[in-house]
Design a protein around this ligand. Structure first.
Ligand code: CUA
Length: 321
């Protein structure tokens, strides 16, 4: 109980959870600035309003108010001061937002799957799928690729000041760098049905050595002898991808998969598209939406023919080439 209370009150600060990620203190500073600026303005405006209500009240039935002329200096002041405050909020907010949104290169990549009503995690680089807690090393950037298998959920880690929606049929990206060891609660922040309030999980932040140890020993999470890369390769061979897409760089009916992921492709209509998770998924579900320049063959849709975990495995396979 005491622990819950400590958590609710935050440790060290009055109403915030612990600051366990690299951006947490910046988010809190911005929050405090917004809160206290609003509080000071609120008190000043309501105070002056109240003072005027009393001071200029009607004292007799026959009393008339005088017409009011403009006051230029006052009007300039009440335009410039709020404008300056709003500009500060905007610039500060954008800087924190960009820092929070763009993952650094070389981050450890974890896929977050929201499904009624639990969170599970895939580590494509290590061949783990369906892990029931997010284990990460301290002081290491972690990129999350977040998706949902049924309805909209939202991945929320208060101690990291991190929240991102998990949406079916697309991938949202978020990242964090944990700066404290320990376990931190994960919640679902989007109402998703009966057990929404119990859709919780945990992030376990460990040392680099403990993380390596965890990678070696915790094979209970691996679904079988076949990791996602082998699974992806098997699907590539069995579902007909290989008929049109090579994996050695040669040009068949469609673009090769080798080195494809992360590049920018020119489309038939002249625009450009970044080959990321969302583009690869769209190309499987709705192949003719964005056709790469120089290719005109019509690819059949795989909508309804591949399950989510199969799509994910194929994406992991393409990424690895
Ligand atoms: Cu998942 Cu609420």
């Amino acid at each position: 109980m005491n622990e819950v209370l400590n958590y609710a009150l935050g440790d060290g600060s009055f109403w915030m959870p612990p600051q366990a990620s690299s951006v947490a203190s910046e988010v809190d500073s911005l929050y405090a600035f917004l809160l206290w600026t609003s509080a000071v303005c609120f008190i000043a405006i309501v105070g002056v309003t109240g003072y005027f209500v009393v001071k200029y009240r009607r004292r007799s039935d026959g009393q008339r108010t005088h017409p009011i002329a403009g006051h230029r200096r006052l009007e300039i002041a009440w335009s410039i001061i709020p404008a300056a405050l709003l500009i500060v909020m905007f610039v500060w907010g954008v800087r924190v937002w960009v820092k929070q949104t763009v993952p650094p290169n070389g981050a450890l990549e974890v896929r977050v799957n929201g499904v009624m009503w639990n969170w599970n995690y895939d580590y494509p680089q290590y061949g783990f799928t369906g892990v029931d807690q997010l284990v990460v090393p301290k002081d290491t950037p972690v990129k999350l690729v977040i998706n949902a298998h049924d309805v909209i959920h939202s991945f929320f880690v208060p101690a990291f000041r991190l929240k991102r929606d998990a949406v079916p049929n697309r991938y949202n990206v978020a990242w964090f760098e944990a700066v404290e060891l320990g376990e931190f609660p994960v919640y679902c922040a989007e109402y998703c049905g009966d057990a929404h309030s119990q859709m919780d999980s945990v992030v376990r932040v460990v040392t680099e050595e403990e993380f390596q140890e965890w990678l070696r020993t915790d094979h209970v999470f691996c679904p079988g002898p076949e990791g996602p890369l082998d699974y992806g390769q098997r699907l590539y061979e069995s579902k007909g991808c290989r008929t049109c897409h090579s994996v050695d760089g040669s040009k068949l009916v469609g673009p090769t998969f080798r080195g494809l992921f992360g590049t920018t492709e020119k489309l038939a209509d002249g625009t450009e598209v970044l080959v990321d998770e969302n583009y690869v998924r769209e190309s499987m579900m709705n192949p003719n939406a964005k056709v790469v320049q120089g290719y005109d063959a019509v690819m059949p849709t795989y909508k309804g023919k591949l399950r989510d975990e199969q799509i994910n495995a194929i994406i992991d396979y393409i990424k690895s080439l």
